[in-house]
Design a protein around this ligand. Structure first.
Ligand code: OGA
Ligand code: NI
Length: 316
């Protein structure tokens, strides 16, 4: 059978990372290098924290439209609060996405040196407990992200703590996504083909079908994690840092088959970003005569600003 027919993103467990960090690093790194994606179980994000987050997400998006609109920050580029339905458009796409979302960022102490670059969070009055729920989830995803990056560092031959400094007080964003039920004749897709901007993305909620990656074979492969597992993927910043050794793979969320069109889809991607002043510069071990440096160095902040303008969230 050809490689094409067998291609499937593997499910890997994080359970033995502590006792066998090298084994986990190889599994994750190989999956990233082949697909730009991995499915990870036993990721350590507590189930009760995740359950509360789903309940709060569903309750928030069920609020009246005009109440939700109060949390749209005019001119804020969607960095915090609500981005209403049909705002974001994938780079180069002709239709807007069929989604609305909420962004939670990192809480910084007053007077922090990144205060000017990372907007403060805003919080809805309802549902109750929203703030605590998502600060807890943010923390748990931050920790899981650190463990995943430590494995990536090992895979790349770097010190296991190499990313600690890069991501300390990083500009990560937790996105709560609501894809409402889809009309039978919708010409759009739930989320058009795109690449993520950040270092890595930790995605909860992809159990509801629709997520697909564009494999290097040219085929769209479904990414269908088992209940509770997380989808993790490489973003453009890690691709740039690794001089494309780890690919930032194009992905999309397609509309469901007719019998599921009446159902909403919810997901929670955590876009793990470096600190704004981190310099994304191709790692020397990823630059070879066969793979010369592809892109010049750029700070994480400048790169993000460039990319947000392209997806319609900020004006050029
Ligand atoms: C994204 C994304 C996938 C999903 O928001 O960048 O790819 O399953 N989401 O919602
Ligand atoms: Ni994405």
């Amino acid at each position: 059978m050809s490689d094409t027919l067998l291609a499937q993103v593997p499910l890997i467990s994080m359970k033995d990372q502590a006792s066998d960090p090298e084994g986990f690093a190889q599994e994750l790194g190989r999956s990233f290098q082949r697909f730009g994606f991995a499915m990870v179980s036993d990721h350590g994000v507590p189930q009760d924290v995740v359950d509360r987050a789903w309940a709060a997400t569903k309750a928030f998006f069920a609020l009246p439209e005009e109440e939700k609109r109060r949390y749209f920050v005019e001119g804020g580029g969607g960095a915090r609060g609500l981005t209403p339905f049909k705002t974001e458009i994938a780079k180069g796409a002709t239709h807007v996405d069929l989604k609305e979302f909420w962004h939670v960022g990192r809480e910084l102490p007053k007077g922090h040196r990144f205060e000017e670059l990372m907007a403060p969070n805003i919080w809805p009055d309802r549902p109750e407990g929203f703030r605590d729920t998502f600060l807890n989830l943010f923390k748990a995803l931050d920790d899981a992200g650190d463990r995943l990056l430590s494995a990536i560092a090992r895979y790349l031959g770097l010190a296991p703590d190499w990313f600690d400094h890069a991501v300390k007080d990083g500009n990560s964003v937790l996105r709560l996504l609501h894809y409402p039920p889809v009309p039978a004749d919708a010409p759009e897709v739930r989320a058009g083909a795109h690449e993520d901007i950040n270092l890595i993305t930790l995605l909860l909620g992809a159990e509801e079908a629709g997520l697909q990656l564009l494999d290097r074979t040219g085929e769209w492969l479904p990414v269908s994690p088992p209940e509770g597992a997380m989808v993790v993927n490489v973003g453009d910043m890690l691709q740039r840092l690794t001089n494309h050794v780890l690919p930032s793979t194009t992905h999309r969320v397609v509309n469901p088959p007719p019998e599921r069109r009446g159902h909403a889809r919810y997901s929670m991607p955590f876009f793990l970003h470096p600190a704004p002043d981190f310099l994304i510069k191709a790692l020397p071990q990823c630059v070879t005569p066969e793979n010369p440096e592809r892109e010049p160095p750029i700070t994480a902040h400048d790169y993000l600003a460039e990319r947000l303008a392209e997806i319609g969230l900020t004006k050029k």
